[in-house]
Design a protein around this ligand. Structure first.
Ligand code: ADP
Ligand code: MG
Length: 489
């Protein structure tokens, strides 16, 4: 299938070409969600939903993508680059009509874990005003990104309240977000949500935006702080502050992600202060997220700190074991992946402080099962996830596990290592073996040796016993959760 002569090739023609070269299953799994954007005379950007697509496509399908692009364009050896969908706002515009900012304020924020991504000059997107433009889920429930150069930050229907798992770690923030949807501008204004990366701040912010869109609220302005900054600089350069101010100050709600990016940007802070006041004084809702408290944002002016604290400051912390397990289950369900309790627990035990990584793990297991046709077990998961969990495995040792278990069950080391078979000793011993299996890469034999010279079948039996007990016995579940707290790095 070739579209060379069918006018300017579109992303769809690339996708069609790919569809003709792979199986339907491969297409639906790996290509259906992609967008292709022509970002230069000989360059095509592949917009992927997450890092795992990038890794997988790069290793398995780069040649195929190249060939498909060559087939539908006149390009030879096109340059293929990958862009994360969440980075869409940094995608270059075709005719860079806006002058580059000449100070440090116009630089794309450091994306931490994603810093391996290609960096490019920042071009401010259009104001992210949505409402009528909320992307609707396609028939198959998948997101449709706008096909051309994005002009607004799309709200992702996957980031709704419905898809957000509640736990003690996020209960307050979630309740507050629901409240501001029900009563904009009155209950908590501003609502300031902070927490470490990958804990659901952006998800909640978008859920609020989606809630407003569903309720038909007028001008919903949702954007990252970096976009605000860059839009401001562009307006200054273009001598067009009036238009800028009108756009922002007349919002019906202002949702700004990663407000910590205001750090040390005096001019932008000054402008934001007035934006804030204008919206606040009209009793319109302001919602901000940050990776730290207002007072911890470097060089944030005192008056902004006090503004940010006017409403409610809610923290999101790392999810507990139960919440992590629930998240894994939900994400697996969504992919149609059947995941047994032991595997879910195994991942939840190993990946503790980042929900994004939990998602990544589930996605990889999905690949394992659907593409590589492998059975899902703790063993196969351990291998498949080695680079996600490998480093952490070494952080917890047998002695540490033993210490935590002894403390929780209040028994002495000699008892643990003895031949005693009373339940009060057997259970802690089995818990030790179970945790050793979950947290270390040691063999069954090595674990048995450490905990009183048991053979590998005893360890296997112990692991199985606790695995079953985790789902049936709340006392064991609570004990494990408590021990886990001690083991947490
Ligand atoms: P942050 O903005 O805090 O860095 P995100 O909102 O981008 O984190 O969350 C990272 C990923 O984890 C997203 O895909 C999000 O949907 C998911 N996620 C985070 N918390 C939850 C939760 N409680 N329930 C379901 N998914 C979650
Ligand atoms: Mg975020």
């Amino acid at each position: 299938m070739t579209h060379k002569n069918a006018g300017r090739p579109t992303e769809d023609s690339i996708k069609e070409e790919i569809a003709s070269r792979v199986t339907r299953h491969q297409y639906l799994t790996w290509f259906d969600k992609l967008n292709f954007i022509f970002t230069g005379p000989n360059r095509v950007s592949v917009v992927v939903p997450n890092k795992f697509y990038h890794q997988y496509l790069k290793t398995r399908f780069l040649t195929l993508i190249n060939e498909a692009v060559e087939a539908v364009t006149d390009l030879t050896h096109p340059e293929i680059e990958f862009t994360l969908a969440v980075d869409l706002v940094s995608a270059p515009r075709p005719n860079g009509s806006v002058k580059e900012p000449d100070d440090s304020e116009g630089v794309e924020p450091d994306r931490g874990a994603d810093s391996g991504w290609r960096r490019r000059p920042w071009h401010p997107p259009e104001l992210a005003t949505i409402g009528a433009r909320v992307p609707q889920p396609a028939g198959n429930g998948q997101l449709e990104f706008s096909a051309a150069i994005p002009r607004s930050i799309p709200l992702n229907p996957d980031y709704s309240f419905e898809h957000f798992i509640e736990g003690p770690c996020n209960r307050l923030a979630l309740a507050a977000c629901r409240a501001v949807v029900d009563q904009p501008g009155t209950s908590f204004n501003p609502l300031f949500i902070y927490g470490k990366v990958g804990l659901g701040k952006t998800h909640l912010l978008q859920a609020v935006g989606l809630g407003y869109a569903a309720a038909g609220l007028g001008r919903i302005v949702y954007l990252t702080c970096a976009t605000f900054t860059n839009d401001f600089i562009a307006a200054v350069n273009a001598n067009d502050l009036d238009r800028f101010r009108k756009k922002y100050r007349e919002a019906d709600c202002l949702l700004i992600d990663d407000i910590q990016f205001l750090a040390k940007k005096e001019r932008t802070q000054e402008e934001f202060f007035h934006t804030f006041n204008s919206i606040y004084n009209q009793q319109k809702q302001i919602l901000l997220t940050s990776d730290c408290l207002p007072s911890e944002i470097a060089g944030l002016s005192e008056r902004l700190i006090s503004r940010f604290k006017l409403g409610l400051v809610a923290q999101i912390t790392a999810p507990c074991l139960e919440t992590r397990t629930a998240i894994i289950r939900r994400k697996a369900d969504k992919l149609g992946l059947r995941i047994e309790t032991d595997v879910a627990e195994f991942i939840a035990q190993r990946i503790r402080d980042n929900v994004r990584e939990l998602e990544g793990a589930v996605l990889r297991l999905h690949t394992l099962v659907t593409i590589e046709n492998q059975p899902l077990s703790v063993e196969s998961a351990r291998t498949a996830l080695v680079d996600l969990i490998g480093g952490e495995a070494k952080r917890v040792g047998l002695a540490e596990i033993q210490q935590a278990v002894l403390q929780e069950f209040d028994i002495r080391p000699a008892e643990l290592h003895s031949r005693k078979r009373t339940r009060s000793i057997v259970v802690p011993r089995q818990v030790c073996m179970y945790l050793a299996r979950m947290h270390t890469d040691l063999s069954l034999g090595e674990i048995g040796l450490f905990f009183g010279g048991r053979d590998h079948s005893t360890v296997l039996h112990a692991v199985e016993k606790i695995r079953v007990a985790v789902s049936s016995d709340p006392r064991i579940r609570n004990s494990l959760a408590a021990i886990e707290q001690h083991l947490a790095p």
